[in-house]
Design a protein around this ligand. Structure first.
Ligand SMILES: [Cu+2]
Length: 277
C-alpha cells in the first residue's frame, strides 16, 4: 500500500479552503462587523475589522483544519493503545511558522497604528490631539460631561447650554471634549465609533465626522460605581435644520437654570461641596 502524503493532502485542502473562504468572509461578513456606519470613524473601523478578519481567516482555517485532520487521520484504529514514534520537532516547520506569524503580527500592528491615527481616531487623544482630521479647524465643539451616573452635554458655541441628551448635526465634524466631574468613566457612542476616557480635570478630545440622520447608543464603558449599568442613553444625529431648532429649544428651556451653571471650562474638578459642573 502506498504511503499517504499527509503534508501534501493537508496543504491542498488548506489552500483550497482558504481561497474559497477568505473572499467570502471579506464580502459577506465584513460589512456586518461592528460598530456600523454612523460616522466616518465608525466606517473606518468596519474597514479595519474587515481587513483584520480577512487576514486572519487563513491562519484560523489552518489551525482548525489541522486539528480536524489529525483527529480523523491519525486516530487509533486498533483496540490496543499503541504509542506513535517520538517526534522531537521539525526545524523547517518551526522556522516557517515563526517567520510567517511574526510577519503577520508586525504587519497588523503597523496597519492598526496607521489606521488609528489617520482618521483622527475615535478614541480620545488627550487635551492636545496629535492627529487632527482634515478640516478640524471648522469642527463643532461638544463637551461630554460624565458624572455618577449620567452623561450631560455642553455646547460651547451655543452659549454653553447643558443638556441631558446628545444630539448632533448630520454631516458635520464634531470635536468631542470628554471629561468627568467625579470618578473615571468612559464615553462610548457605539455606532459613532467613539470610545473615550472621561477623567476629572482632563479634556480628552475625540473627533467624529457624522453622516446622515441616525440614532446611536451611548454607554459608560468604565465601571464607575453602583449605578454604572444605568449610564446609557440614545443619542441622535439629525439634519442641520432639525439641529438648529432643537438647540434653540434647549437654550430657551434651560435658560432659567443656566445662571447656576459654572462657567464653561474645558474640564472640571470634583467639588467637595457637591456637583462640580
Ligand atoms: Cu460611568
Amino acid at each position: 500500500m502506498a504511503r499517504t502524503d499527509h503534508g501534501k493532502r493537508f496543504l491542498i485542502a488548506f489552500v483550497a479552503l482558504s481561497v474559497i473562504a477568505t473572499p467570502l468572509v471579506a464580502v459577506f461578513v465584513g460589512p456586518h462587523l461592528p460598530p456600523g456606519n454612523a460616522s466616518a470613524q465608525a466606517h473606518e473601523q468596519v474597514f479595519d475589522n474587515t481587513w483584520l478578519l480577512t487576514i486572519l481567516t487563513p491562519p484560523a482555517i489552518f489551525v482548525v483544519l489541522l486539528l480536524g485532520y489529525i483527529l480523523v487521520s491519525f486516530r487509533s484504529r486498533s483496540e490496543a493503545i499503541v504509542e506513535g514514534p517520538p517526534i522531537r520537532g521539525d526545524m523547517r516547520i518551526q522556522t516557517l511558522w515563526m517567520v510567517l506569524t511574526s510577519a503577520l503580527v508586525i504587519f497588523l500592528a503597523g496597519f492598526g497604528s496607521y489606521e488609528l491615527v489617520q482618521s483622527g481616531s475615535g478614541g480620545g487623544q488627550g487635551p492636545s490631539a496629535a492627529f487632527q482630521p482634515a478640516g478640524y479647524t471648522r469642527a463643532v465643539d461638544v463637551q461630554v460631561i460624565a458624572q455618577q451616573w449620567e452623561f450631560t452635554y455642553r455646547y460651547p458655541s451655543y452659549g454653553g447650554v447643558e443638556v441631558p441628551h446628545l444630539v448632533l448635526p448630520a454631516n458635520t465634524l464634531i470635536r468631542l471634549h470628554v471629561t468627568s466631574l467625579d470618578a473615571i468613566h468612559s464615553f462610548w457612542a457605539y455606532q459613532l465609533g467613539v470610545k473615550a476616557d472621561a477623567n476629572p480635570g482632563v479634556d480628552n478630545i475625540a473627533y467624529v465626522q457624522t453622516r446622515g440622520p441616525k440614532t446611536f447608543d451611548i454607554r459608560c464603558a468604565e465601571l464607575c460605581g453602583l449605578w454604572h449599568g444605568y449610564m446609557f442613553d440614545k443619542g441622535e444625529v439629525v439634519d442641520a435644520a432639525q439641529f438648529a431648532s432643537w438647540i434653540k429649544r434647549q437654550q430657551s428651556y434651560f435658560s432659567p437654570v443656566a445662571k447656576y451653571l459654572p462657567k464653561y471650562s474645558t474640564s472640571y474638578l470634583p467639588d467637595p461641596q457637591g456637583r462640580a459642573g
